[in-house]
Design a binder for this molecule. Structure first.
Ligand SMILES: C[S@@+](CC[C@H](N)C(=O)[O-])C[C@H]1O[C@@H](n2cnc3c(N)ncnc32)[C@H](O)[C@@H]1O
Length: 330
């Protein structure tokens, strides 16, 4: 235990080598959003998440990034919950970091028998999560949760560790989530990760996640946004490295790996879908808003934030061009 704490403290103070900063800030953004009820997010974010938020999002004016994270999270929550509702038996979160879905997505509690959620990440990140949540929370996810300690690099055998796990079955439909990770990976690692996911995916399995376009990664956005992203990346020692040229290039990449793109959406398009959930549009809602537990009281709570989406992305120095996607194994 002492050894683990030592490693976690060391990682937190160094930030860099273990890519602690970005995942802590992402958790902070979820905790601070009106769109998501994530009671663990601020704990998971820790001081690092709050510090990064103050430095970059408040001081430097990139508050809109919080909304981008929230909208992306809502979309991906929805994809996962649909998969689970349709009887899906295994969800694999690649680069899980401080993701709290195992405790947060209520539908997981009603998953089919034998359902397992796998979290793949560097051992030190998984240790940090355990320490931040504490033993009682860690012991009570809403479903069976399995940690696979491994980095998503070309050389690391994370796929083998998954296949060897008795609860993983590559002949069964899976959902692979790779959220807020692709931009931090060298292109060859991302391509290798897609190929591995493909090899582990039975027909009709789902891959979902997000990406940012090449111009964002290359720092060619107008206004201050590129500078903010660059400073964030260098202070966390996690620069953004990879982005496809455009949506078609990303679809082609998925196609090469055997996946047919079902959907690619900008954060503004997700925002429009979220608007459909507003009281008068409830009947057509597509987004389940896992965040609110769908009781009348929670609808009422949601109605009270009716105008929250109107504020989303307001005052953005620039759109970073982030897209979320979902694709199925052919
Ligand atoms: C920005 S965080 C996102 C965490 C989580 N997916 C979420 O949305 O909350 C990126 C995560 O990917 C993990 N990761 C694993 N292998 C990686 C790799 N080769 N390159 C970049 N990140 C990697 C990091 O450790 C980190 O936890």
């Amino acid at each position: 235990m002492r050894k683990t704490q030592g490693r976690v403290q060391e990682a937190a103070s160094m930030g860099q080598d273990f890519r602690v900063g970005p995942t802590c800030w992402t958790a902070f953004a979820r905790g601070a959003s009106e769109l998501i009820r994530d009671e663990w997010a601020l704990k998971l974010a820790g001081e690092e998440g709050a510090r990064l938020n103050a430095r970059f999002m408040d001081d430097l004016g990139a508050r809109f990034m919080k909304d981008v994270v929230a909208l992306r999270t809502v979309y991906l929550d929805n994809v996962i919950q649909d998969f689970v509702q349709a009887g899906g038996k295994q969800v694999v979160i690649l680069g899980a970091g401080m993701d709290s879905r195992a405790w947060r997505l209520q539908r997981l509690a009603r998953a089919s028998r034998g359902f397992t959620l796998f979290e793949v990440d560097e051992p030190v990140l998984l240790d940090m999560k355990r320490e931040r949540l504490g033993p009682s929370v860690i012991a009570q996810p809403l479903c069976r949760r399995v940690e696979i300690p491994a980095a998503l690099t070309c050389t690391e055998e994370w796929g083998g560790a998954l296949v060897d796990h008795p609860n993983f079955d590559s002949s069964v439909r899976s959902l692979f989530l790779i959220e807020d990770v692709s931009m931090y990976m060298p292109e060859q690692d991302f391509r290798a990760a897609l190929a591995k996911v493909s090899a582990l995916s039975a027909r009709d399995s789902i891959i979902c996640g997000d990406w940012v376009p090449r111009i964002t990664v290359q720092g060619k956005l107008p206004g201050a946004t590129s500078d903010i992203i660059a400073v964030f990346g260098s202070e966390c020692n996690s620069p953004w490295l990879y982005g496809p040229r455009n949506a078609r290039a990303f679809s082609n990449l998925l196609k090469e790996a055997g996946f047919a793109t079902a959907e690619q959406l900008t954060s503004r398009a997700i925002e429009r879908e979220v608007r459909e959930f507003l009281p008068f549009g409830m009947a057509q809602q597509k987004i389940h808003l896992s965040i609110k537990s769908r009781s009348w009281t929670s609808y009422a709570a949601w109605a009270m934030c009716t105008f929250a989406p109107a504020r989303l992305c307001a005052g953005a120095p620039s759109d970073i061009g982030l897209r979320v996607y979902m694709a199925t194994r052919e």
